[in-house]
Design a protein around this ligand. Structure first.
Ligand code: ADP
Ligand code: ZN
Length: 518
């Protein structure tokens, strides 16, 4: 067939089987490249329309399109969706008995099946059909799982490296929503598709407003955030299972209907929470990162991170679950040093500790930014934004700097007088002249800086000290009980009169959401 004929067929199929009148950006090029038997790497945000990129060509290919996907739980839904559209698709996994699996293999051999979803663990059961007579295309969904540089490494994905040598003339398409440059290169190398054509869409989700707030009084901040947005759907991500349950309880006590979701619930319980969320019966879910993968809900209006995620890929993917319908949505991140410390502890001693710590550091820089956050976020994915976005808290409320030299001197001399042995909390107590038992015990009322910062509130001191750390005037000794310590820069401030610029603490000003945005 000539290309124009194929294109005509493709448009017809797009309409007949999927009900779409046109392609979305890049889908056309990807589909045609794949049909031209060239390998493809597709990086497209969640909700961007990755599925069509392999589902549509699958209808044109003579043989089977094998779809590798890590999520057995979601395969059935995807296959049901395709079947409902009149497409011969099935899945192959460990939940099926031998007879059922054999039936699927028969359908492949007789070329009755167009798409087969399979988890990497189950590939071994398909050995007899892993031949180019049967297979026309291989799609690897969530391809970042193959890379230990990615945020969701799955060892089972590594065995996919052998597939290309088994099927050398079959076009491969690897797809993912999140992969920085290092991860992308690693995906290509591991899948042995180094010459793949790369399709990298813009990561900018302009409709999602970005905001970061200090983590103090999170619960009351969240309650007031939600109460200002009645009837909206949202997800709150927490770091631990227990935290999701505690938060859901606290919200309920405040009259807010919310459910917890985590991997500790059984299959039925999880399914129920998921469905109630999708069908708007439960507006709010407090969840661990286990929640959301593959959930196709377009009207999630906001995503809150109760804790700081361990890397920007995860953060980006999670906030991407908001506003898939393109309407205005919000992403709110709470940032606290306690979270950073906890994340570092998690990373401690893991096989790729260095990578993880570097990623936590980037995440922290994002959270503490005093320039447009979207610029920082996009630059992480190798995308440069020429203008400030106008839709993040920094753009809307630019920090105002003032001469904070005296404040810095007070803080740094307190750290010095405390022999660089105390964490931020104690330093602030000393500055504010607190008479608590711990201070009395240690005799800190006697030191020279005791009480010299009474005029500044606890919260504001916290804000200033975070900035001093960010600007390198002091640092946290993570391996010494998080004690604050001085740096080369501190000396310039303490002894050489160097000027320090600090930003004013901003009172939380919420951006109004209008009725229309619901
Ligand atoms: P991803 O896998 O990238 O997260 P999906 O393939 O699930 O995204 O598609 C996201 C949404 O976009 C789905 O609801 C899908 O129906 C819709 N969609 C995809 N392609 C098109 C298109 N060409 N025209 C209209 N809607 C589309
Ligand atoms: Zn901005």
């Amino acid at each position: 067939m000539q290309l124009p004929d194929i294109q005509k067929d493709l448009y017809a199929n797009l309409k007949t089987y999927f009900g779409y009148d046109s392609y979305r950006a890049q889908q056309k090029d990807i589909v045609e490249t794949l049909l031209g038997k060239k390998d493809c790497l597709v990086i497209m945000p969640t909700g961007g329309g990755k599925s069509i990129c392999f589902q549509l060509p699958a209808l044109t290919f003579k043989g089977l399109t094998l779809v590798i996907s890590p999520l057995i739980a979601l395969m059935k839904d995807q296959v049901d969706g395709l079947n409902a559209n009149g497409i011969a698709a099935s899945f192959f996994n460990s939940s099926q008995g031998h007879a059922e699996q054999q039936q699927i293999i028969d359908q492949i051999v007789t070329k009755k099946l167009k798409l087969l979803y399979v988890a990497p663990e189950s590939l071994s059961g398909l050995q007899n059909i892993l031949k180019e007579t049967y297979i026309s295309c291989v799609a690897i969904d969530e391809a970042h799982c193959i890379s230990s540089w990615g945020h969701d490494f799955r060892p089972s994905y590594q065995q996919l490296g052998f597939l290309k040598s088994t099927l050398p003339n079959t076009p491969f398409i690897a797809l993912t929503a999140t992969a920085d440059k290092a991860t992308r290169d690693d995906i290509l190398k591991q899948l042995q598709i180094e010459n793949a054509e790369q399709f990298i869409s813009s990561f900018d989700r302009k409709n999602i407003a970005l905001e970061v707030r200090s983590g103090s009084n999170r619960i009351s901040q969240i309650v007031s955030f939600i109460k200002k947005r009645p009837n909206q759907s949202g997800i709150i991500y927490c770091l631990s299972r227990k935290a999701t349950e505690q938060l859901a309880d606290k919200l309920k006590k405040n009259g807010i209907s919310a459910k917890a979701y985590h991997a500790g619930l059984n299959f039925e319980e999880r399914n129920k929470v998921q469905e109630d969320f999708i069908f708007d019966k439960t507006p709010i879910v407090c969840a661990t990162v286990a929640f959301g993968m593959g959930i196709d809900k377009s009207n999630v209006r906001w995503v809150i991170h109760y804790n700081m995620p361990k890397n920007i890929e995860g953060y980006y993917q999670e906030i991407g679950r908001a506003g898939r319908d393109g309407l205005k949505s919000q992403a709110l991140l709470f940032h606290s040093y306690a979270d950073v410390i906890q994340l570092r502890n998690f990373a401690n001693g893991t096989s790729n500790e260095e990578v993880q710590v570097a990623k936590i550091e980037r995440m922290k820089q994002f959270a503490e930014a005093t320039t447009c956050r979207r610029k920082i976020l996009l630059s992480y994915f190798g995308e440069l934004l020429a203008e400030n976005c106008g839709n993040c808290d920094v753009c809307k409320n630019p920090p105002q700097f003032f001469d904070g030299t005296i404040i810095a001197q007070k803080a740094l001399s307190a750290i010095y007088r405390l022999n660089e042995r105390e964490a931020a909390g104690m330093v602030i107590d000393v500055l504010r002249g607190s008479q608590n038992a711990n201070i009395l015990d240690k005799g800190y009322t006697q030191i020279k800086t005791f009480g010299i910062g009474k005029d500044i509130s606890w919260k504001d001191w916290q804000h200033f000290i975070v900035q001093l750390i960010n600007q390198g005037y002091c640092e946290i000794a993570f391996h010494k009980n998080n004690a604050l310590q001085l740096t080369e820069f501190s000396k310039k401030v303490l002894f050489q009169g160097a000027k320090v610029l600090l930003t004013k603490p901003v009172d939380v000003v919420e951006v109004k959401t209008s009725e229309k945005e619901k």
